[in-house]
Ligand binder design. Structure first.
Ligand code: GLN
Length: 284
């Protein structure tokens, strides 16, 4: 029987040969999931033999990872902003950068009384759920055109005990915008902002496994900023604000879009890598 250490070593070599980045950490995290322990706890049980059931499952996980399936889909969950979220292939995997978007909203609104928030393209629900959790007076509407994504988001809201503060709708944004009027204090979105040409160059983990419609607008990457800024004007209250996550090098183009649509007081924030990542504006 293979021990923990032997199976990690074999799997590391296998993943490395298949071109997977950080093969050792991947091998460790996948085994930790199977043994239901923390990665570092594996180091205390290097000599423990794996039983057959564990080996079979580990082999399956390693095979999936070697085919470039993202680790997060295999283990089925991700930590984001200190909370736990379930993920599967119907939703974009939460990214660390998005924590900056969430944090800047929480900072701006934490002392405010009631606010009504709209999260467009909620995916796994991370933005809506963090805002509902950390802004006690927020009422959130979260929409996504994918019904499968909305189902994941609902489960995550339940997992994080904010179900009653969020209304989830599987709805196309255009349809939603025409049925609702000037009721939101805040619109937030992390829309698909990768252009169709950039999409072709994405690493296989993203290109082959994450939902294509969550990554690219099939155009120049800016079309959702245009659409949401424009229609957002009929959804926001006076002095309402709009917050977007943006891709690398999109800040000036998105700023221009917001200004053209009469938003002012535009602010841009950088991420940990010094890339302009969050933009916000206020409706006149
Ligand atoms: N709102 C979700 C997130 O930030 C999904 C975004 C998307 O699918 N483009 O991760």
């Amino acid at each position: 029987m293979l021990t923990v250490l032997e199976s990690i070593n074999l799997s590391t070599d296998y993943l490395k040969n298949k071109g997977i980045e950080s093969p050792r950490i991947n091998a460790e995290l996948l085994l930790a999931k199977i043994l239901n322990c923390k990665r570092l706890e594996l180091y205390l049980s290097f000599d423990r033999p794996l039983v057959e059931k564990e080996i079979i499952q580990y082999r399956e996980f390693i095979k999936r990872r070697s085919n470039f399936e993202p680790l997060q889909y295999i283990v089925g969950s991700v930590e984001f902003y200190g909370l736990e979220f379930e993920v599967n292939r119907s939703v974009l995997i939460p990214r660390q950068e998005t924590e900056i978007l969430v944090e800047s909203i929480i900072k701006k609104y934490e002392n405010q009384n009631e606010i009504k928030v709209l999260d467009i393209g909620t995916g796994s629900g991370i933005i809506a759920i963090c805002l509902a959790k950390y802004l006690p007076n927020a009422e959130v509407v979260a929409i996504d055109s994918s019904r499968d994504a909305i189902n994941v988001a609902k489960e995550n809201a339940e997992l994080n005990q904010v179900k009653e503060k969020i209304s989830f709708m599987d709805s196309d944004f255009n349809k939603f915008a025409s049925s609702s009027e000037n009721e939101f204090d805040l619109i937030v979105s992390n829309p698909p902002y990768i252009s169709s040409s950039e999409f072709l160059n994405l690493q296989p983990e993203l290109r082959l496994y994450e939902p294509r419609q969550a990554l690219t607008d099939e155009s120049n990457g800016l079309s959702f900023y245009e659409l949401i800024s424009k229609k957002g004007k009929t959804l926001l209250k006076k002095n309402g604000k709009i917050f977007f996550e943006i891709g690398q090098n999109q800040a000036s183009a998105v700023k221009k879009i917001l200004i053209n649509e009469n938003y002012n007081n535009i602010q841009i924030q950088k991420d940990y890598l010094n890339i302009e990542r969050v933009i916000c504006g206020e409706l006149n």
